[in-house]
Design a protein around this ligand. Structure first.
Ligand SMILES: [Zn+2]
Length: 477
């Protein structure tokens, strides 16, 4: 391009971007502003290694130009012109990945309490922690306080709170069985459809069925959701993966770890009591498992990997990546004690975890689509934000390359959510949602823990400052 042409190009582009209602023009509240470290109409990130989210090889020494919150050019630093008025950030020694799109990010923190299992909403800490960990879009994948989740989504959208864009899932669609006091129970397929219609009316954009529903409940929920163009996922037990795929479910949570398809003693519509034992007994190269994978792929059912919530105690960190600092001290003590009690008492857990990793890789190799989420439940070791970065570590431990792991945590989910035209990869024309990481996680995976700046719509937030501000809050609010 000649100089004159270049100027014309930039002016025209600037005009186009001005006319679009630009997200970078958003107004932020004072409490949000204190975490913003970069806010500039024109921004150039120079000399960065870029993993674009599409799964292909990384590119080194790239310069990425952002105007009004949109990627406008990307290329080798030697050739890609930096506009004169740009704020320049030298990213030598740093890596850029797309803003993560994570699919099992509850806004409650769950723990056992005697005979019960409680899920306490964390409306202040959780959205901010997810964001600080690099998540720019998330699905809640089942809610215990949908009204709270919907408010948070609105406040974040309006710039009044730090957090990712949200696909708010409705309340769990579930029959009585699992002792969670906060959970709403249905009694009929009509009520399953009723939940979908009622909560879609209030702004929920996805739904999740749970462990004790019937096949008829599932079919009714799927039909009601699909009529509205919305999708349904499930953490199943009473319904097998094959039955759910036949009923038209869109997505299944927890990889193959909740598949009751291999329990030969299972009764129809009743939660399997031998689910884990049947999976433990299954050979990693089981033909029956491969047939199930092919069936799911044929029915276009997408899988969500949640390796973070299944991590064994033995040989692993108690709370990965420094997440313990985020916990209220008393909660941290309990979680760490629970972890210590499990060390060397979970051999079956370790072998099943390794098998699950192999199954997820095989599912993808056969042509299946895998997304990822963290699921901050179970025994309290999964802390939002810290766990999202750790999900990338576990996916590479499972054998995916780093660019493949990034794609699982970005583009695949964007396509599922139908937002891939605007986010999910670092491509000219999309929103500037990205994570700037100190170091090179492709060669040293633990560098993913060094998130420096999380950009949403081209506005950069100080990751470390957000994490710092939330120390000791999880378990409280
Ligand atoms: Zn969950």
């Amino acid at each position: 391009m000649t100089a004159a042409k270049t100027t014309w190009y930039w002016s025209a582009l600037f005009f186009i971007l001005l006319v679009q209602a630009s997200p970078a023009m958003a107004q932020f509240s004072e409490s949000v502003k204190k975490f913003i470290i970069i806010q500039s109409d024109t921004l150039a990130l120079t000399h960065a290694k870029i993993i674009d989210g599409a799964g292909g090889p990384s590119k080194s020494d790239q310069t990425l130009v952002i105007m009004k919150g949109i990627f406008v050019s990307m290329g080798n630093s030697a050739n890609n012109k930096v506009p004169v008025n740009a704020k320049v950030i030298d990213c030598t020694g740093k890596t850029i990945i797309p803003g993560m799109i994570m699919m099992h990010e509850h806004l409650f923190y769950a723990e056992s309490a005697g005979d019960y299992y409680i899920g306490q909403e964390m409306p202040i800490s959780f959205p901010q922690l997810y964001f600080a960990g690099g998540v720019t879009t998330m699905r809640t994948a089942g809610s215990l306080e949908p009204q709270t989740d919907l408010n948070l989504k609105d406040w974040i959208k309006r710039g009044e709170m730090v957090g990712p864009d949200m696909d708010v899932t409705g309340p769990y669609i579930e029959r009585e069985g699992f002792p969670v006091p906060e959970m709403l129970h249905i009694h009929s397929p009509e009520e399953a459809a009723g939940i979908v219609n009622y909560w879609a009316g209030f702004g929920c954009t996805s739904f999740k069925v749970y462990m004790n529903i019937t096949r008829a409940d599932l079919a009714a929920a799927v039909q009601a959701a699909h009529q509205r163009g919305l999708k349904v996922t499930g953490h199943l037990c009473s319904v097998t993966y094959k039955e759910a795929a036949e009923a038209g479910i869109d997505n299944l949570e927890h990889g193959f770890m909740e598949s009751s398809d291999f329990d030969t003693t299972k009764k129809k519509d009743i939660c399997s009591e031998n689910l884990f034992n049947s999976l433990k007994a299954l050979d990693v190269n089981s033909k029956a498992m491969e047939a199930l994978m092919r069936f799911l792929i044929d029915k276009k059912v997408v899988l969500t990997s949640t390796l973070t919530v299944f991590e064994p105690n033995t040989g692993q960190e108690a709370i990965p990546g420094g997440g313990g600092d985020a916990l209220l001290p008393q909660v941290r003590e309990e979680v760490e004690k629970g972890y210590r009690d499990g060390v060397n008492h979970d051999p079956g857990k370790t072998s099943l975890f390794k098998k699950e990793m192999a199954w997820e890789r095989k599912f993808v190799a056969l042509g299946g689509t895998l997304m990822a989420g963290t699921d901050p439940t179970d025994d309290g070791r999964v802390v939002p934000g810290y766990a999202d970065r750790h999900a990338l570590e576990l996916l590479t431990e499972a054998g995916f390359s780093f660019p493949e792991a990034v794609k699982i945590c970005s583009l695949n989910a964007a396509v599922y959510l139908g937002i891939e035209k605007t986010t999910g990869t670092i491509v000219v024309g999309k929103k500037a949602d990205l994570v700037l990481i100190g170091g090179d996680p492709e060669t040293h995976i633990s560098d993913v823990r060094n998130t420096e700046i999380v950009f949403k719509n081209g506005v950069g937030f100080d990751s470390k400052k957000i994490f710092e501000s939330l120390k000791g809050t999880v378990g409280r609010y």
